[in-house]
Write a new protein. Structure first.
Length: 228
C-alpha cells in the first residue's frame, strides 16, 4: 500500500485577485511563500521517497520548499499530468469579469450536479481527472510501500476526488482542498472492490488496473493557523 500525501500549492497574487488561472504560470506571492514554508515544516519528518509535482511555478515552488525542508531530502520530479485544468478562452480571466460577461456559462461551470464541463477551447474535467488518476496509478505501481508527496492544483485534485467518491464532476468544489493544505490517501492496486458502503474507500479504474483508495486526511490546514 502506498501512502500519498497530496499538497495543494500555496496562494498566488492572482488567486487573491480572484483570477481563473488554470495552466497560466503564476508564482507564489508573499502569503503563498509563507504557506509553502509552513507546509514544509509540517511534513519535515515524513519519510518521502520522492515528490511528484506539477511543473507550474506555484506548485514547483511549493514542492521545492517541501523537499528542501524534509529531513530525507526527496527528489522533486515534475509531471505534466499534475497540472491544473486548462480553461481555454477563460485562462487568466478575472472571475468577476467572467460573471459579468458570461453569467449563464459561469453558472453552468459551477453547477454541482453537472457531470462534466469544459470552457470553450478548454479541457474537460473528466479528462483532467483521468490524467491525475493515471499519475496515482503509476505512483502506486512504482512505489508499492513508500510515502510519496504529490503537489498539484485545486480543481484537478477536486475533480479526481469527486470521481473517487462517485459524484458528478460538477461537485469538484466540494472536494477542492485549500491552498497549502494537506490531504492523505492510502492506495493499493487490486481487482476486487471492497467496502462498497464506505464512501471514503472506493475503486477507480485506469490503464487496465483498479486502485483502491482510502482517504485518511482531507484538507488539513492546521499548520496554517496563527499561533495563539
Amino acid at each position: 500500500m502506498t501512502s500519498i500525501w497530496i499538497v495543494r500549492h500555496g496562494t498566488t497574487d492572482k488567486n487573491l485577485d480572484y483570477y481563473m488561472i488554470g495552466q497560466t504560470d503564476s508564482s507564489l506571492g508573499n502569503i503563498g511563500r509563507s504557506q509553502a514554508t509552513a507546509v514544509a515544516v509540517r511534513l519535515r519528518e515524513t519519510p518521502f521517497k520522492v515528490i511528484y509535482s506539477s511543473p507550474l511555478s506555484r506548485a514547483k515552488e511549493t514542492a521545492e520548499a517541501v523537499s528542501e525542508e524534509n529531513m530525507y531530502h526527496p527528489t522533486v520530479i515534475f509531471h505534466e499530468d499534475l497540472q491544473e485544468i486548462h480553461l481555454g478562452e477563460f485562462e487568466d480571466v478575472s472571475s468577476f469579469a467572467a460573471y459579468e460577461q458570461h453569467r449563464e456559462l459561469m453558472d453552468k461551470a459551477l453547477a454541482p450536479s453537472l457531470d462534466d464541463f469544459s470552457f470553450p477551447g478548454g479541457e474537460l474535467r473528466s479528462t483532467a481527472a483521468v490524467r491525475f488518476q493515471n499519475v496515482i496509478l503509476s505512483v502506486a505501481s512504482s512505489h508499492p510501500h513508500d510515502e510519496i508527496c504529490i503537489v498539484s492544483h485545486g480543481a484537478v485534485i477536486g475533480s479526481w476526488l469527486a470521481s473517487v467518491y462517485g459524484k458528478p464532476l460538477g461537485a469538484f468544489r466540494q472536494y477542492q482542498p485549500s491552498h497549502a493544505s494537506i490531504s492523505k490517501v492510502q492506495v493499493s492496486l487490486q481487482s476486487i472492490l471492497q467496502n462498497q458502503n464506505d464512501e471514503r474507500k472506493q475503486e477507480v479504474h485506469g490503464k487496465g488496473q483498479s486502485v483502491h483508495v482510502t482517504i485518511e486526511i482531507f484538507d488539513d490546514t492546521s499548520h496554517l493557523q496563527p499561533s495563539k
